[in-house]
Design a protein around this ligand. Structure first.
Ligand code: CA
Ligand code: CA
Ligand code: CA
Ligand code: CA
Length: 503
């Protein structure tokens, strides 16, 4: 970071000798959130309103880098969907042109720069250009760039690796010249010329590895995963290795097709590959393609469209209350009305349970967890109805409420991978979509603490860590959704964690 550089006179002298000011190395956790960007200066600002009604209206930009990638924290005016062009879904048709040798005579001559790479956000595509300007088209996956969040937002954290996943090193100089243009809005950023970023050579320390072992004091370990069209039935071993490496008390699976795998099949799979912890038995709860396996007794199961709520009787040495788990696999892709409906249904069900008017009775101090494949590739209101109690269709589903009781909103489990600062939960190299964060875990933080959390992405684990866990490098790729693991400790609402004896 710049402050660090200034503290070292020799490096300060070297920095002064450069033609452009040095950029900022930053340990970016690529999760679509800008929390770690506070000390990074704003690279550029421009007014809102110099744009048409549709598409992106750029307003501000920060830039940082590590040894592998440039990161852009791009803010637009108004809710925008990063990876769609459809105007009815608040899409954009932005192209980011990048001149990776800061030489207008090489690459594609466009807008005063010579671009080696063009990234098209809404189109989910890219082009790399030879020094003579010859273009080769790439999919978003081949290009390797990722913009998060995958739902509508006004600020996007965009990771642009120096080498595309198809192998082209497009950045070959310290300086990178670039600009944005959205053909839907006709907004250009900057309005003329280009930005220059001087990539910082300062190294960024590798992230601390998150241990796979259960955190001390954990009351319940939860595993959440969409298992890709009943994949364990056809490819049992990777999922068995994951279960045994992670050792969850409760498993929330989605995309378990009922006609492929009935209850007896699932019980047989668990008995063969991952028997319940000593002294316990698996209880299965399901509706449609959502399946919960609980090693503690189940009090109630409530079907909710393609999802379900399961009321789990936590033992006294884990909690002095119980758990209501909403296991969700809400509608995919551009089915926003279907997602609105099911998210409202889940949220209002929790409101009614809290109010004592729900379909079954709960202890008022129960912890709620809403977890699963929320397919968050549309409007952010679909996250807000679950997290914040902001019901989308109040006429059908009733008033807004505080899902976290006195705390207001539910808390988000902020997942990242065990071995990197990546946070995507969905990864499908053959797809037209880049990696995304589609899966969520929300919980009531007045009654539960998260002691450990991670997304298991085995391709980025080290060989010794894979071996120690009994995992293989390809195990996470047995599904397009990665396993999410969360260690919870429970307490009475409003009582601090250390006031509740952890046994
Ligand atoms: Ca971040
Ligand atoms: Ca603008
Ligand atoms: Ca160039
Ligand atoms: Ca502009």
């Amino acid at each position: 970071m710049r402050q660090h550089l200034l503290a070292i006179p020799l490096l300060a002298l070297l920095a002064a000798a450069r033609t452009a000011h040095c950029g900022d190395s930053l340990a970016v956790v690529h999760d679509g959130l800008g929390a770690e960007w506070g000390a990074i200066p704003v690279h550029a600002l421009e007014p809102a309103g110099d744009a048409g009604a549709n598409g992106a209206d750029f307003v501000s930009l920060k830039v940082a880098n590590d040894g592998e990638a440039m990161y852009l924290l791009l803010t637009v005016a108004g809710e925008t969907l990063f990876q769609e062009t459809t105007t009815g879904r608040l899409g954009n048709d932005t192209t980011l042109y990048l001149d990776g040798d800061a030489n207008p005579a090489t690459g594609r001559s466009v807008g005063g720069i010579g671009a080696e790479l063009a990234l098209r956000f809404g189109d989910r595509a890219a082009t790399v250009y030879s020094s003579g300007g010859f273009g080769t088209s790439l999919s978003v996956f081949e290009a390797g760039y990722v913009g998060l969040p995958t739902h509508t937002a006004e600020t996007f954290e965009i990771r642009v690796p120096y080498r595309t996943d198809s192998g082209t090193l497009w950045r070959t100089s310290a300086n990178v010249d670039f600009y944005f243009f959205d053909s839907l809005s006709s907004d250009r950023f900057p309005n003329s010329g280009s930005f220059r970023y001087a990539v910082s050579p300062d190294p960024v320390a590798a992230p601390a590895v998150i241990p796979i072992a259960r955190a001390e004091g954990t009351g319940m370990r939860l595993l959440v995963q969409n298992i890709l069209n009943t994949a364990p039935k056809f490819d049992p071993e990777p999922f068995a290795r994951i279960l045994n490496a992670v050792k969850p008390d409760v498993v929330a699976w989605q995309e378990v097709r009922e006609n492929d795998w009935d209850d007896a099949d699932i019980h047989a799979y668990f008995d063969a590959h991952y028997p319940a912890p000593a002294g316990r038995v698996w209880t299965l709860a399901r509706n449609s393609d959502s399946v919960t396996m609980s090693s503690w007794p189940v009090l109630d199961v409530l079907p909710l469209s393609g999802n379900h709520a399961v009321h789990i009787d936590l033992p006294d040495d884990v909690s002095d209350s119980d758990l209501v788990l909403f296991n969700a696999h809400t509608p995919c892709c551009n089915n926003d009305s279907g997602r609105d409906f099911e998210h409202d249904q889940i949220s209002s069900t929790w409101r009614d349970l809290l109010n004592g008017t729900g379909p079954f009775a709960i202890d008022p101090g129960s912890t709620v967890v809403m977890a699963g494949d929320f397919n968050m590739v549309g409007f952010r209101r679909q996250l807000e109805t679950m997290r914040d109690g902001l019901i989308i269709d109040n006429g059908t589903w009733g008033p807004d409420f505080s899902p976290g009781r006195a705390d207001g909103s539910l808390a988000e489990v902020l997942t990242r991978h065990t071995h990197t600062r990546r946070a995507f939960t969905w990864y499908s190299p053959g797809s037209a979509f880049g990696p995304g964060r589609l899966d969520w875990v929300l919980y009531s933080e007045d009654s539960a603490d998260v002691l450990r959390q991670f997304v298991l992405f085995t391709p980025d684990m080290t060989a010794p860590d894979l071996a120690a866990a009994g995992l293989q490098a390809g195990d996470s790729l047995a599904s397009d959704h990665m396993p999410i693991v969360v260690d919870f400790a429970f307490r009475s609402p409003g009582v601090p964690l250390d006031a509740f004896a952890i046994r």
